[in-house]
Every structure is written in C-alpha cells, then in structure tokens.
Design a protein around this ligand. Structure first.
Ligand code: SF4
Length: 145
C-alpha cells in the first residue's frame, strides 16, 4: 500500500487559488506513483469562496487586502485539514509555499506589496505542531527519494 500524502489542492491543478487559478506542479504524476494523495484546500474548506480577495497574515490576524478580518475562516480550514490528516493517519504533507494557509517556510509580510518574510501559514503550522512533517513544493525532491 502506498503512503498517504496530504497535498494542497492547488498543487494538483484544482482552481482553488484566491484568483480562481491553480499552482499545478509539473511532476504530479510522478508523485502519484509513490503516494496516495489526499487533496485539501483549507481556505475553501474554511468557507471562503473562489475567487476571493487575497489575504495575508498580520500579527495574530489574517486580513484581506480590503482590511476584512478573515482569521476565523483560515482557522476553521486549518482545523478541518488537521482532522482529515488525523483521520487518515497522515504523516507528511506537501503544501504551497508562501500561502497564508499553506506556506511552509515563507509568507507574505502583511503589506500586500509582494514582500516575503520567514514564517508559516496557519494550516502548515497547525499540522507541524501536531507532528506532521510539512514540505513545500520546492522540496518535492525529498519526497521522491
Ligand atoms: Fe492552495 Fe492552500 Fe491556497 Fe488552497 S489554501 S489555494 S490549497 S495554497
């Protein structure tokens, strides 16, 4: 039986991004040879529509570019994602870098100017804090060995 891998839905070509597009990775088929993929999009699961206004983390909050506090949507999506991970005994996740939900090493700095800082998205951090190894799509090679 293949190992289970929780993965950001947008990396699999699902149009769940804030702008209604996706971030499909080129080597998705190779990944599927190694793993059973469990697709999640925390922002959609949390109740946000697609397309939606872009959001960034600012301190303890997640704010849209119009200043709307969307923190609860992000938290709800994160906890639902964790629930799925625990239900299926998932040990590893491959998540979209820099997203305010899925970012593993970097996030945008909250100024909506495109500047990135070190940090994690709400979901990525919750998964990591619950013992799940989280990788970004830039680290996919680690999962293919
Ligand atoms: Fe992709 Fe994660 Fe954003 Fe959903 S929340 S669109 S899975 S980066």
């Amino acid at each position: 039986m293949k190992q289970k891998l929780l993965i950001s839905a947008c990396l699999c070509g699902k149009n769940t991004k804030y702008n209604g597009k996706n971030n499909k990775i080129p080597n998705l088929e190779v990944l599927e040879n190694f793993y059973d993929l469990i697709l999640v999009c925390p922002e959609v699961m949390g109740g946000l529509s697609t397309p939606r206004d872009p959001s960034e983390i600012k301190g303890d909050l997640v704010l849209s570019n119009r200043g709307k506090n969307v923190t609860e949507y992000f938290k709800s999506g994160a906890y639902q994602t964790l629930e799925i991970a625990l239900k299926y005994n998932v040990e590893i996740a491959l998540l979209k870098e820099s997203s305010p939900s899925c970012g593993v090493h970097t996030i945008y700095d909250g100024s909506f100017t495109g500047k990135k800082i070190a940090g994690m998205g709400i979901t990525a951090e919750l998964l990591r804090n619950n013992g799940i190894k989280v990788y970004s799509e830039d680290e996919i090679d680690i999962l293919l060995h």
